[in-house]
Design a protein around this ligand. Structure first.
Ligand code: EPZ
Length: 418
């Protein structure tokens, strides 16, 4: 497992270009298998999760051809197997999107249960409830989900809680159901909208994505389409926080500033200088930062996927801060690692109380999941001395060329192949 050696006290200065959104890519790629034609997907991030989904599509009998590092041609026109039950599928949680896509096209699907990050139980009961509401019979057991239906019939589905994955998965299945499906209390994340936009380019009839009521009128079949996915809101936020924690001055480019509003407002509250342009944001931290309170919520609230990163920043801001994690049951496993770097944090269920310290110090730490790993890099950049971060495979799942992008901003990060 690779390690990163990070030199501390590095002020980041310069420009960084943000890649395509991981959480859009991992939904759009499985959606492509629904088409009886060729799709070309652009601005895909070059990350492990994308490569894993391509391997799965090829094992199902489809064809994935890279036109360049960020452009993928997917052709499942000749049909594919509906059983995604091999090991590759279990590598990432987003494999669950093959359930909705295969169910839509073939009215049957067998998918090995997802693996993914390890912060608490990550149920998919809302996904399965949606499939059953559409008329599917769904069985789950020994690491597998099997779903099949004579017909999928549109219906009205009220989501017990806001769920990105369930909203997208039900939208996939409903795209080729008979009649109209409404998803109420739907997730509004940018990647939900992106997936709906791609499906509509394929000939689907979806309205309301981005609001809490999505209306899908089923269609007989879908054609391939060329589509460019949105920039990654979480990668962008990670680099914005990196500029703040290192007292730097960074232009974060190729983004949709609107997607960053909750973070922009929070950084402004903490005394960080923010300059918004059409497709970039400049983040400058040249004054002492003070603590703030953060509550994670589904979009447009503060994203849970930036929670570890903002915790790293708050641990070196003056005063005390409180984070409330409202999305995931248990997303503080990384705090023990942050403490090794000198952070002062007390956890009480969903609440993290942070007492700002003058500075952190280098240490050996582990990435416990994708975003926790990113937070370790941010804390290590601000710490005094050298840090070693293992578990880099998690970070590579969601951050393209992570050490190269940071080093281009003045960091000194070395990857050690172990
Ligand atoms: C997506 O996960 C993202 N992953 C996560 O990002 C992100 O943290 C999460 O949305 C919230 O924004 C992808 O898009 C691949 P949810 P997802 O369904 O869809 C509960 C990252 O770092 N729930 O919105 O799995 C669930 O336990 C990853 O990129 C059920 O109870 O999240 C959680 O408490 C980490 N039953 C809450 O809902 C279900 O059937 C929100 O989960 C589904 C979810």
């Amino acid at each position: 497992m690779d390690k990163l050696i990070v030199q501390g006290r590095k002020r980041l200065v310069g420009e960084v270009s943000i890649s395509g959104a991981k959480n859009a890519a991992v939904a759009v790629i499985p959606a492509a298998i629904m088409a009886e034609g060729v799709s070309v997907l652009e601005n895909l991030p070059s990350i492990e999760d994308v490569r894993s989904l391509c391997h799965t599509i090829e094992k199902l009998g489809g064809k994935c051809t890279y036109q360049d590092q960020h452009t993928l041609q997917i052709d499942c026109g000749d049909g594919i197997d509906y059983r995604a039950t091999f090991e590759e599928v279990q590598k990432i949680r987003a494999s669950y999107y093959f359930l909705g896509a295969l169910l839509a096209r073939y009215k049957k699907a067998e998918v090995a249960l997802p693996g993914g990050c390890n912060f608490g139980v990550r149920p998919i009961d809302l996904h399965l409830k949606g499939f059953r509401a559409l008329g599917a019979t769904v069985e789950e057991g020994n690491g597998m989900v099997k779903a099949y239906a004579d017909r999928l019939v549109g219906t009205s589905i009220y989501m017990d809680q806001v769920s990105v994955g369930a909203t997208i998965n039900i939208m996939l299945a409903a795209t080729m159901a008979e009649g109209v499906t409404t998803i109420e209390n739907a997730a509004k994340e940018p990647h939900v909208v992106d997936t709906a936009n791609y499906l509509n380019m394929m000939g689907a009839n979806i309205k309301g994505a981005g609001t809490d009521v999505i209306r899908i009128r089923g269609v007989e079949k879908l054609r391939g389409a060329q589509y460019t996915i949105i920039p990654d809101q979480i990668e962008a936020g990670t680099y914005m926080i990196a500029a703040a924690i290192t007292g730097g001055d960074v232009l974060v480019k190729n983004i949709i500033p609107k997607h960053m509003d909750s973070l922009t407002a929070k950084l402004d509250e903490m005394n960080v200088t923010i300059e918004e342009h059409d497709d970039s944001i400049r983040v400058t931290a040249n004054r002492p930062l003070h603590g703030a309170n953060v509550k994670t919520m589904s979009y447009p609230g503060f994203p849970t996927d930036l929670q570890p990163q903002i915790a790293a920043l708050l641990s070196v801001c003056s005063g005390s801060s409180v984070i409330t994690e409202n999305v995931w049951e248990n997303r503080y496993q990384y705090i023990d690692e942050l403490r090794k770097l000198g952070a002062q944090v007390e956890i009480d269920g969903r609440i993290a109380r942070i007492q700002g310290v003058e500075h952190l110090h280098g240490a050996q730490v582990s990435a416990t999941d994708l975003r926790a790993g990113a937070a370790m890099i941010l804390a290590a950049l601000a710490a005094e001395g050298e840090s070693e971060i293992d578990g880099v495979k998690y970070i590579d799942r969601g951050y393209e060329n992570v050490e190269h992008k940071f080093n281009a901003l003045g960091a000194k990060i070395t990857r050690i192949q172990v």
